[in-house]
Design a protein around this ligand. Structure first.
Ligand SMILES: *Cc1c(COP(=O)(O)O)cnc(C)c1O
Length: 610
């Protein structure tokens, strides 16, 4: 990159660059019963032209290589969940997609208005997590270098165009790019970020004269660029995705920024495409709803609340039970076909389906199943409400512990199926290839929705909403959107357990899992079982993790979780009560519609009138 001054204009030219072409692919998305069709523009990276010159000179490899390098940019999606990896290809992907989209937005705006002076009045750009952060310096680059704007004028446009949604508070997921990498891949973008930061820090210094504060708020620190910090500074709006998450952002993650610019911080609780999860996936329930509350709920999810008046209607409660039973049979048929496993449809279908991550605590669920197994081996004739635990989860390829936990769950399922008598009461199935299509047949069959993350770690969760609208009862911690599910259905229709965020924070510094292991018989026996072996496999790393670090306080919440599970079984034995709980969940699910969430974004953040 070369920089020079031409009269009063700062000029930048690149050298030794590679040109990559962005080819748009448009997907049209129609709304339900609406005139409007939205366009989702996707990009493919291609080599502008095959380098015949290079080819003729005999450098086939380099000529072909250019092509392959370009196309690699849009070949793979990094499969990490809540973990950021500073890979060069990933950075190229991010910049490629940002540059293509910003170029497109600017182009289209220019064709209509012939100026970018009013861009922020006509366009809203939403940064969905930090992955598209480079859109910020890219728009600055266009305004400064291509259009000759002054810094302040460009910054005014940028700041009023961008809004940012945070999706996680887990430190390892908050993207930080190495400055050397940024500088070598995107030199001009890097120099703009440096300038944004210098002006920001200068301003902070003038207002606070507090070195510690300025360095903690700095976008660049320790030769790394903190993308979330850049987003917060460059956006006119910052929001979390559930009430509790938005509070944590203000109190912890961006505490200094919140004190500095409090009005910027908002909440928009996530929602789901509920027609997919109800109308499209659960024909039986949709039919009952249409009959009892009319068709209005298909356009306006808040009308689901009309179902609540049927809380004591025996016909409706029986119909709900029949529909669930039928959906369980349909799901059991799928499992029989795919896995050759016969499920007991009279047992409780207890479902934990989500990406595999220690913070989501599939290991807590597994440990409780092991405790049940140990109990049933000693008390084979115990009165035990039959239970089928259904898991589905993918782990990131490099996440060793997550894969160990999958292996554990699978081996528990095999171990249980060896014991014919026991497996009538206790069964585990692990479904492969968890995806939306699988989810669509599973959600309608679910009775318990496991949402058991350590309080303060799950930003929102949306699986909880899909299960709720299908009548499953949440068994969960006061985390993410569970808090608002609890608010919507009341104490009687949700099973809450475990430490809340304040209790987690208070306990963190003195947390001692080995002490819990040594003093709690049931826990000790379950953890020891991991080391003796399950289905002939030992799980020493999981056992050691639980006894030593246990970063997500699995053992700390175990007792409370086990009691909650027993309580769920007790509730289930009263089928009328259970169906009432189920009904109240369906009736309360309306607020978790994505229609509601998008309307809030439009009204509170993008400044759109309906
Ligand atoms: C909804 C959904 C998720 C998110 O689930 P959480 O329980 O909120 O983590 C993940 N994967 C698939 C396929 C989903 O449909």
């Amino acid at each position: 990159m070369k920089e020079y001054w031409d009269n009063q204009y700062h000029c930048v030219s690149h050298e030794d660059y590679t040109t990559v072409m962005a080819v748009p692919y448009d997907m049209y998305v129609s709304g339900y019963d609406s005139e409007a069709v939205s366009c989702l523009r996707l990009w493919k990276a291609e080599c502008p032209s095959f380098d015949m010159n290079m080819f003729n000179k005999g450098d086939y490899q380099k000529a072909l290589g250019q092509n392959i390098i370009s196309q690699a940019i849009t070949k793979v999606l990094y499969p990490n969940d809540n973990h950021a990896e500073g890979k060069s290809l990933r950075l190229r992907q991010q910049y490629f997609l940002c540059a293509a989209s910003i170029g497109d937005i600017v182009d289209r705006h220019m064709r209509v208005y012939g100026t970018l002076d009013n861009l922020h009045e006509k366009v809203a750009i939403h940064i969905n997590d930090t992955h598209p952060t480079l859109a910020i310096p890219e728009l600055m680059r266009i305004l400064l270098d291509d259009c000759g704007y002054s810094w302040d004028k460009a910054w005014h446009v940028v700041k009023n165009t961008f809004a940012y949604t945070n999706h996680t508070v887990m430190p390892e997921a908050l993207e930080k790019w190495d400055c050397n990498l940024l500088k070598s891949v995107t030199p001009r973008i890097f120099s703009i970020i440096v300038e944004i930061n210098e002006r920001y820090c200068r301003d902070l210094w003038q207002r606070y004269e507090d070195e510690a504060k300025v360095s903690s708020m700095s976008i660049i620190a320790n030769n790394q660029c903190k993308m979330a910090t850049l987003c917060v500074h460059a956006s006119h709006s910052v929001n979390g995705v559930a009430k509790i998450h938005s509070e944590i952002i203000k109190k912890e993650t961006f505490a200094n920024e919140y004190t500095d610019t409090p009005t910027k911080f908002k909440n928009v609780t996530n929602g789901i495409a509920y027609r997919r999860w109800l109308y499209q996936s659960n024909e039986g329930l949709t039919g009952l709803l249409r009959e009892k509350i009319g068709d209005g709920f298909l356009k306006d999810a808040s009308e689901l609340s009309k179902l609540a008046v049927f809380k004591n209607d025996d016909e409706v409660l029986t119909r709900l039970a029949d529909i669930k039973k039928q959906n369980k049979k349909t799901f059991a048929k799928y499992v029989k076909n795919e896995y050759g496993v016969v499920l007991n449809t009279d047992s409780i279908f207890d479902v934990q389906v989500k990406r595999l991550h220690e913070y989501k605590r599939q290991q807590l669920n597994a440990l409780n199943i092991i405790a049940d197994y140990n109990y049933l081996k000693e008390n084979p004739n115990a009165d035990f409400t039959p239970k089928t635990y259904i898991f589905a989860a993918k782990a990131a390829p490099g996440y060793y512990m997550a894969k160990q936990i999958i292996k554990l769950i699978w081996n528990i399922s095999q171990e249980l199926s060896k014991n014919k008598k026991l497996s009538e009461k206790l069964r585990v199935i692990f479904l492969e290839d968890y995806c939306v299509s699988l989810s669509e047949i599973l959600m309608p069959a679910a009775e318990i929705s496991e949402q058991i993350s350590l309080a303060g770690t799950e930003a929102s969760g949306t699986g909880n909403m899909k299960l709720m609208i299908n009548g499953a009862i949440t068994l969960g911690t006061m985390d993410g959107a569970n808090v608002e599910i609890h608010e919507a259905v009341g104490d009687d229709n949700i099973i809450i357990f475990g430490m809340n965020v304040d209790e987690v924070n208070a306990r963190k510094s003195s947390y001692n899992p080995s002490e819990i292991y040594n003093t709690n018989e049931v826990i000790k026996k379950a953890v020891d079982t991991l080391q003796y072996g399950i289905n002939g496999q030992v799980f020493n790393e999981i056992a050691t993790m639980l006894k030593t670090s246990d970063s997500y306080m699995t053992l700390g919440d175990f007792d409370s979780y086990r009691k909650a599970q027993a309580f769920a079984s007790e509730c289930y034995r009263d089928q009328r009560k259970w169906q009432q709980m189920s009904l109240m969940n369906i009736a309360g699910a309306g607020i978790f519609s994505a229609d509601r969430a998008v309307n809030e974004y439009a009204r509170d953040i993008w400044g759109l009138n309906k």
